[in-house]
Design a protein around this ligand. Structure first.
Ligand code: C2O
Ligand code: CU
Length: 554
């Protein structure tokens, strides 16, 4: 295993993600940030310098469990203090398992400003990849607004809330087209055909293939809001990996991908090579006001400027939730993977609601809307500092008579920053319970992401979870092992994980504005086993004061 040394500078820069000039957060002058490529067992040693001038920054390595290095998880107020402008912070962590991952900003809504990139881990040196393919591609999908994320933060935190609305453009590897369409010839829309030379920042990332080969396509979604559906025209895909874990292969025409998820699919180039084919990414789960993102699968030796002869793939209807559920439920772990523990030690039921606090619109979990403290939990918990956060644990359940099918009788909620303290090595079930939002007949999809662990997705159901009715229907045989799972409108999703990673871990909806409005909780376990935390991670709030005192006493 190797140590890979990286040096990054994070800064705002002008860019044309979709043909229109905007401001993105770039890394080393690139947008999206550079792809990290490593082998399982390698250590990443990354010097990050904040050149944003007037705001802090942190980077989260999404899907990397940070075993033994909880301080490197890159979550502001949870695992570390935000890195101040001009300062450098060293992230050091092991990538212990092959798979498709990504990284992104985890402070305020910086992810929406384009602070993200891919992280790909190949099998360990000397080991053989069990999937067979001749070549591979990687795409990171995201959504893009013409309004910057700082203004969006203000809009969301206003009274009344100003919703950010649907994205202007979907991006594939940071590239999309706003004012023109690659498929203008086929649509009846008024979009003009794109006139591209190919070297523009918004020219599509084209996948060049040879006929009769099998390719691995890695896909991760760092969208701020959009749930997506991906298709390759005229080609079937076989899903083989989800969130860094192999799954039992199954074949699809198109696939859903929610923010925070990653997949690998295999496809074979078995179509007429004198033609090119569309790859499309479309919005699901919200009424789409954003055009499909398109790029080309370009067969050798056909010219990449040759447009496909048929129109782009038509995605399933945006509100065909049955279709989405069927896809999610098809994902099962690869044969031979260890099953979850058969019993849980603790079960936490988390009700997801949209609420008001003093007239501000918020999201709450068991009626608590998360506001992060000024001292990072990891430090205050390790050093036992009092008053750094609410000492009282947030509730493990919600009132049993709560009607999840209707707007709440009392729509008011409260702020909080308490922690779910988990017993080390215990098996924890989390039941994510969806409900009606503020408006009648509205219930949204939320992709929940857990830091520091993978969980087994042991069941999905409709309405309110009931242990009498639903216990026997949980899948303890071959559930998928993942780090992100969705709850569907008016439904529940059951997860199981083992609290075996000493640290403090965020668990939240991966929709950036939802997290900003409080949709998350914090888990902590094994506090006494937390290893040395670099002082640089703790130089703020009460831990900052503590360190200063220690220095003066020396
Ligand atoms: Cu990718 Cu806490 O998120
Ligand atoms: Cu959400």
């Amino acid at each position: 295993a190797k140590t890979r040394h990286l040096k990054w500078e994070v800064e705002y820069m002008h860019w044309f993600p979709d043909g229109r000039e905007g401001v993105v957060i770039g890394i080393n002058g690139q947008f999206p940030g550079p792809t990290i490529r490593a082998r399982a067992g390698d250590t990443i040693h990354l010097n990050l310098t904040n050149k944003l001038h007037t705001e802090g920054v942190v980077i989260h390595w999404h899907g990397i469990r940070q075993i033994g290095t909880p301080w490197a998880d890159g979550t502001a107020s949870i695992s570390q203090c935000a890195i101040n402008p001009g300062e450098t912070f060293v992230y050091r962590f092991k990538v212990d398992r092959a798979g498709t991952y990504f990284y992104h900003g985890h402070y305020g809504m910086q992810r929406s400003s384009g602070l993200y990139g891919s992280l790909i881990v190949d099998v360990a040196e000397g080991e053989k990849e069990r999937l067979k393919y001749d070549g591979e591609f990687n795409i990171l999908v995201s959504d893009w607004w013409h309004k910057g994320s700082r203004e969006q933060e203000v809009d969301l935190s206003s009274k009344p809330m100003r919703w950010i609305g649907e994205p202007q453009t979907l991006l594939i590897n940071g590239r999309g087209q706003f004012n023109c369409s690659l498929a203008a010839h086929f649509s009846n829309s008024s979009a003009a055909p794109c006139k591209l030379r190919g070297n523009e920042q918004y020219a599509p990332y084209i996948l060049k293939v040879h006929p009769n080969k099998t390719y691995r396509l890695r896909i991760a979604s760092s969208t701020a809001l959009a749930a997506l559906n991906l298709a390759i025209g005229h080609h079937k895909m076989v899903v083989v990996e989800a969130d860094g874990n192999y799954v039992a292969p199954f074949s699809v025409e198109n696939m859903d991908i929610y923010s925070g998820e990653s997949y690998s699919v295999l496809f074979t180039t078995d179509q007429d090579p004198s033609s090119n084919y569309w790859i499309s990414v479309s919005v699901r789960g919200r009424e789409p006001h954003t055009p499909q993102a398109l790029t080309l699968l370009n067969y050798h030796p056909t010219s990449p400027s040759r447009l496909p002869t048929s129109p782009p793939p038509v995605p399933p209807r945006w509100d065909d939730y049955g279709y989405s559920k069927a896809f999610s439920k098809n994902i099962l772990t690869a044969p031979g993977s260890p099953p979850p523990p058969s019993k849980h030690d603790r079960r936490i039921v988390l009700l997801n609601t949209q609420n008001y606090i003093d007239g501000y619109t918020k999201w709450s979990i068991n009626n608590v809307s998360l506001v992060l403290p000024t001292t990072p939990y990891l430090g205050s918990i390790k050093y036992g500092l009092a008053n750094a956060f609410d000492a009282k644990s947030p509730p493990d359940r919600f009132p049993h008579d709560y009607d999840v099918m209707r707007p709440a009788a009392n729509q008011n909620s409260t702020y909080g920053n308490g922690v779910y303290m988990l017993e080390f090595n215990s098996t924890v079930d989390v039941i994510l319970q969806n409900a009606n939002a503020l408006k009648e007949n509205v219930s949204e999809i939320h992709p929940w992401h857990l830091h520091g662990h993978d969980f087994w997705v042991i069941g999905y159901g409709e309405g309110k979870f009931s242990s009498e009715k639903d216990e026997s229907r949980l899948n303890l045989k071959n559930p998928p092992y993942r780090n992100t799972a969705v709850i569907f409108p008016y439904g529940w999703t059951a997860l199981r994980f083992v609290a075996d990673n000493p640290g403090v871990w965020a668990f939240h909806c991966h929709i950036e504005p939802h997290l900003h409005l409080g949709m998350g909780v914090v888990f902590a376990e094994g506090a006494h086993l937390i290893d040395t935390i670099p002082n640089e991670a703790l130089g703020c709030g009460l831990t900052g004061k503590m360190l200063m005192k220690n220095n003066n006493n020396n």
